[in-house]
Design a protein around this ligand. Structure first.
Ligand SMILES: Cc1ncc(COP(=O)(O)O)c(C=O)c1O
Length: 443
């Protein structure tokens, strides 16, 4: 117990000094260094449309969509109404005991949007849990078939979540190291991000995956994101996913597509894999699925995968689930999001606004310390000469009323998919002004 709280009966507790404030803060934030002073932390208290407001009353363009998930922005009336109606009727009921309408409706909707026989929808709460379920499906499938296949092939720069299993799939430096629960082959990117958009890059990448597929005889699945998010904001070359689909089919292994960030319109298509016209074996969705209003993820698998779990050897189906898997409130929110997306043409808006954002950045940011501008749909990545510059620009942009995501030397612009032309233009103007100011050229 904190001694200041214990002595606070008669006298109000003294405000902790800046130097010791972290000793008294009960909130342990994720992915955040614990510093003696946390003064720089934003305290966001409200949002409206594509903007958020801090406790000091300052409004910011939210160029990171909350946690890359508030795709419909803040305070969408139809989404609020769906949540209110559902919570009054039924918050949740255990899907391992029975069924409920919100989960059934969501599964129906998602299956209807997926290509081929991607018809079976499993629900969880976070992207990481969805990834765990997907990998469990892929590994248990081979157990059910009586084959010893446990290896997963991924990108070393891929990021699939922060549970231990999901971190194990990644080779990023901040992920944990421990004894392997199953073998993973992690493919390194053969070229820097700025050079990865050519046909040559596609064949280099495919050669690297083929080498791993050929080297091992125990591969169960390959998992990739259609756009590498945390690992550098990397746009993959055209033809890569298509080629990877062909390779997986040829080697008889599953292709798992991590659409946690890319899915739900972010790339200018409903799902990122649609750009290449492929049908994966398993797809994982999360972030935008409920518009960021309630945690949820979905794993969509083919009939073939599902039916294998009906066989005798896999008694009990998929031995995986959480107390709140398929939470009724979250399902109702997700169905509302899908309905709103259709009614309001959200994917088309993401495509149009994304094209505007990318081209404005390309045109307006040259000569400002920018080394590469790349993007897909409503994701624009601006890579700068140095990480220090990116840190300074991130801070300066906050003072100009923009919050965004910085990863190393890159700034990522991924505003809510409902953003309009005015919002996009304001975002680029502020970024340009800050970059020019940082370069010592305020004009
Ligand atoms: C591509 C990708 N996969 C998985 C995850 C993990 O999702 P969650 O943070 O909801 O567990 C993330 C989160 O950023 C992600 O970007």
């Amino acid at each position: 117990m904190n001694s200041q709280h214990m002595t606070s009966k008669g006298t109000p507790p003294a405000v902790p000094s800046v130097a010791t404030r972290h000793d008294h803060d009960p909130l342990w934030r994720p992915w955040t260094p614990i510093r003696p002073t946390d003064d720089a932390a934003l305290v966001i208290e409200a949002g409206e449309g594509y903007r958020v407001r801090d406790t000091g009353g300052t409004w910011y363009i939210d160029a990171l969509s909350g946690a890359l998930n508030t795709i419909l922005g803040y305070g969408h009336p139809a989404l609020l109404k769906a949540l209110e109606s559902q919570v009054q009727v039924l918050p949740h009921f255990d899907l391992s005991v029975g069924r409920h309408e919100p989960a059934a409706e969501l599964a129906e909707r998602l299956a209807g949007l997926m290509p081929g026989d991607l018809n079976r929808v499993f629900l969880a709460n976070s992207g990481s849990e969805g990834i765990e379920a997907a990998i469990r499906m892929a590994l248990d499938y081979w157990v059910a078939r009586g084959e010893s296949r446990q290896r997963v092939i991924s990108f070393a720069a891929g990021y699939h979540g922060s549970t231990l299993l999901a971190q194990h799939l990644s080779g990023l430096p901040f992920t944990g190291t421990w004894a392997e629960p199953f073998p993973v082959s992690r493919v390194e990117l053969p070229l820097p991000a700025a050079e990865l958009r050519t046909t040559r890059a596609a064949s280099l990448l495919l050669d690297a995956f083929e080498a791993e597929l050929t080297a091992a005889d125990d591969v169960a699945a390959v998992i990739v994101e259609p756009f590498i998010n945390v690992g550098g904001g990397i746009v993959l070359p055209r033809g890569f996913l298509k080629g990877l689909r062909e390779l997986c089919t040829r080697h008889g292994v599953f292709l798992v597509i991590d659409e946690v960030f890319c899915g739900m319109g972010r790339t200018g298509r409903m799902f990122g894999f649609e750009h290449e016209g492929i049908t994966p074996d398993i797809v994982v969705l999360s972030k935008g699925l409920s518009g960021g209003y309630v945690p949820i993820s979905a794993v969509v698998a083919t009939d073939h995968v599902y039916e294998t779990f009906a066989q005798e050897r896999v008694i009990g189906g998929l031995r995986y689930g959480h107390t709140t898997s398929g939470h009724a409130l979250a399902c109702a929110a997700a169905s509302a999001v899908l309905a709103i997306m259709e009614e309001e043409g959200i994917v088309a808006n993401a495509n149009a606004m994304g094209a505007r954002l990318l081209s404005r950045c390309e045109q307006q940011l040259s000569g400002t310390g920018v080394t590469d501008v790349r993007g897909i749909g409503l994701i624009t990545v601006v890579q700068l000469e140095a990480e220090e510059l990116a840190i300074a620009v991130e801070a300066g942009l906050r003072a100009r009323g923009v919050v965004l995501r910085r990863q190393g030397d890159t700034l990522m612009l991924a505003p809510p998919l409902i953003i309009d032309e005015q919002g996009v233009d304001a975002l680029v103007e502020r970024l340009e002004a800050e970059l020019r100011a940082a370069a010592g050229d305020a004009g």
